[in-house]
Design a protein around this ligand. Structure first.
Ligand code: NAP
Length: 247
């Protein structure tokens, strides 16, 4: 995979899909900045694993839903490396409940964690990438942005917002050679989906044409493609990685 840039920040990279993205991008020669919120030990272990495999990594702890902390983190990266070439807005949370039991606080807290954090990341990336007239951003949305899901009014709204926001950022970044794309993963085997009861998991698998949950690496390789020079004419796009569950 060919990359003209040199470094990448991945939010929520201590575990799950984010950790896989970090490993895959490091294997393609990028310096990866591993962001975590609370899983410091996991982030440190991931850095060691990447370095043991010959890659370059740094750990940067901050809460992606804290605007000032996110802005400071990007400043730290630019001070250290002279630029930020790529950003993956991956940090995300769920707070599932049926809509009739969902408070405005339950709704807004998920919007803030998933959508507002990605907005701040895209905005700051656009500012620093504009100076080099180069950059690429991938936002991790979800299949439920496209299909909807009972019990996830808040989560699906946050992920749907990411898709339309990505298109608007793509329009603002295009004249400066900065691309913005989104990915909508289906059900991927991570802590987030391990929390589901076995019968619920099976009911989802029955609806997936490829008859299995995805592996985080399968999302990570798609992120790598969209960030890379091979996707140089793709912007404002949303790629599904869902085993055919929603076409
Ligand atoms: P996960 O296993 O629950 O891991 C979530 C990661 O996000 C952790 O590293 C966590 O860090 C971090 N995080 C959460 N809130 C954060 C914040 N405010 N600031 C910084 N980091 C934060 O989740 P996952 O399954 O890998 O999901 C990754 C992304 O893919 C999410 O956006 C999710 O919505 C999306 N997605 C997942 C699936 C799936 O089936 N798994 C499907 C579609 C979309 P700490 O541990 O340090 O808190």
């Amino acid at each position: 995979m060919k990359f003209s840039g040199k470094n990448v920040l991945i939010t929520g990279a201590s575990r799950g899909i984010g950790a896989s993205i970090a490993k895959v991008l490091a294997s393609y020669g990028l310096k990866v900045w591993i962001n975590y919120r609370s899983s410091h030990e996991e982030a440190d272990r991931l850095k060691e694993e990447i370095e043991a495999a010959g890659g370059e990594a740094a750990v940067i702890g901050f809460d992606a839903s804290d605007e000032a902390a996110f802005v400071d983190a990007i400043k730290t990266i630019v001070q250290s490396d002279g630029e930020l070439s790529y950003l993956v807005n991956n940090a995300g949370v769920t707070k599932d409940k049926l809509a009739i039991r969902m408070s405005v606080e339950d709704f807004e807290s998920v919007l803030r964690a998933n959508l507002t954090s990605a907005f701040v990341g895209c905005r700051e990336a656009l500012k620093v990438m504009s100076k080099k007239r180069f950059g690429s951003v991938v936002n991790i949305s979800s299949i439920v942005a496209e299909s909807g899901n009972a019990g996830q009014v808040n989560y699906s709204a946050s992920k749907g917002g990411m898709i339309s926001m990505t298109k608007s950022f793509a329009l603002e970044g295009a004249t400066r050679n900065i691309r913005f794309n989104a990915i909508t993963p289906g059900f991927i085997a991570t802590d987030m989906t391990n929390a589901l009861k076995d019968e619920i998991k099976q009911s989802y698998i029955d609806k997936i044409p490829l008859r299995r949950f995805g592996d985080p690496t399968e999302v990570a390789q798609t992120v790598a493609f969209l960030l890379s020079d091979h996707a140089s004419y793709i912007t404002g796009e949303t790629l599904k990685v869902n085993g055919g569950m929603y076409m």
